[in-house]
Write a protein that binds this ligand. Structure first.
Ligand SMILES: C[S@@+](CC[C@H](N)C(=O)[O-])C[C@H]1O[C@@H](n2cnc3c(N)ncnc32)[C@H](O)[C@@H]1O
Length: 261
């Protein structure tokens, strides 16, 4: 059965990936919490799952130093290329980026001491298989919800998702947003000492950190419904507006940690 087909298409679609540096204004606010919780040590070998543009991989590479190494894995060719450019710009020689499906493929550089992810592990359509594939001695992942990202009003103009094929799970930013469900998932594949810390932030971002006009097509809004979707999005964002193109938005997420015994 093919894996993660629609996610691979989305994360290799220029209409989506071109907007990613803007979106990082939102997601990067989580990075200090994730890196602090990781407590990386010099010499460790780290896997960054769904590394996107590589920002956290590069920060992790600085933390583990020249005797350590970081491998960022992602299904997106464009984001891996962006990550490589960024690593070159800052002279990070101990980080490499590979294009691969972390759900099913063995990542060159394994075994790792630590696996980490910032919003990169909620897109697996067979999460049990994926987390079985990713059992490093320590796993730490930021997952959960970005409540502001897509207003509920949007539901009316989005194409309904196709029914799930047998054995497949729903994917998306909220797929690991239930603490009990995600804890049970990690324990079911053999992780121990599973725990989660809930965080609630309020961050200041421009609208481009949340959505762009191209998002509608990629998210399944029919062309004829884009004007209505745009009105719904503006309406949803108004409650967070604090200035000219400035929004104070809530960002709720969990940081999960688990040990591979
Ligand atoms: C929300 S983005 C997060 C990117 C980055 N960690 C950040 O916080 O900016 C999710 C990332 O997961 C990647 N991804 C989705 N499914 C994946 C899979 N099966 N294997 C590897 N990467 C995947 C996407 O290409 C995307 O870059």
């Amino acid at each position: 059965m093919p894996t993660n087909e629609s996610e691979k298409a989305r994360w290799n679609d220029d209409r989506w990936t071109d907007a990613w540096p803007d979106r990082e204004r939102l997601t990067n606010s989580v990075s200090p919490y994730l890196l602090a919780a990781l407590g990386l040590e010099a010499g460790e070998r780290v896997l960054d799952i769904g590394c996107g543009g590589g920002g956290q991989s590069i920060t992790a590479a600085q933390a583990v130093g020249a005797t350590g190494a970081v491998v960022g894995v992602d299904v997106s060719e464009a984001l891996a290329a962006l990550a490589r450019r960024r690593a070159t710009e800052v002279g990070a020689a101990n980080v490499t980026f590979v294009v691969s499906d972390a759900q099913v493929q063995t990542i060159d550089g394994a075994p790792f001491d630590v696996a980490m992810s910032q919003f990169g592990v909620m897109f697996f359509d067979e999460p049990v298989k994926a987390f079985s594939n990713l059992r490093a001695p320590r796993l730490l992942a930021a997952g959960g919800a970005q409540p502001v990202a897509y207003g509920r009003d949007h539901g009316a103009v989005r194409r309904p998702p196709p029914p799930l094929a047998p054995g497949k799970s729903a994917v998306g930013p909220f797929s690991l947003g239930d603490e009990a469900h995600t804890t049970a998932l990690l324990e079911s594949v053999g992780f121990t000492d599973v725990g989660a810390a809930a965080h609630d932030l309020v961050i200041d971002v421009p609208a481009s950190a949340i959505f762009s006009d191209n998002s509608y097509a990629v998210l399944g809004v029919e062309p004829a419904s884009v004007p209505a979707a745009s009105v719904a999005m503006q309406h949803h964002l108004e409650q967070f507006a604090v200035g000219e193109d400035l929004y104070k938005v809530p960002l709720a997420f969990y940081i999960f940690h688990a040990v591979n015994p």
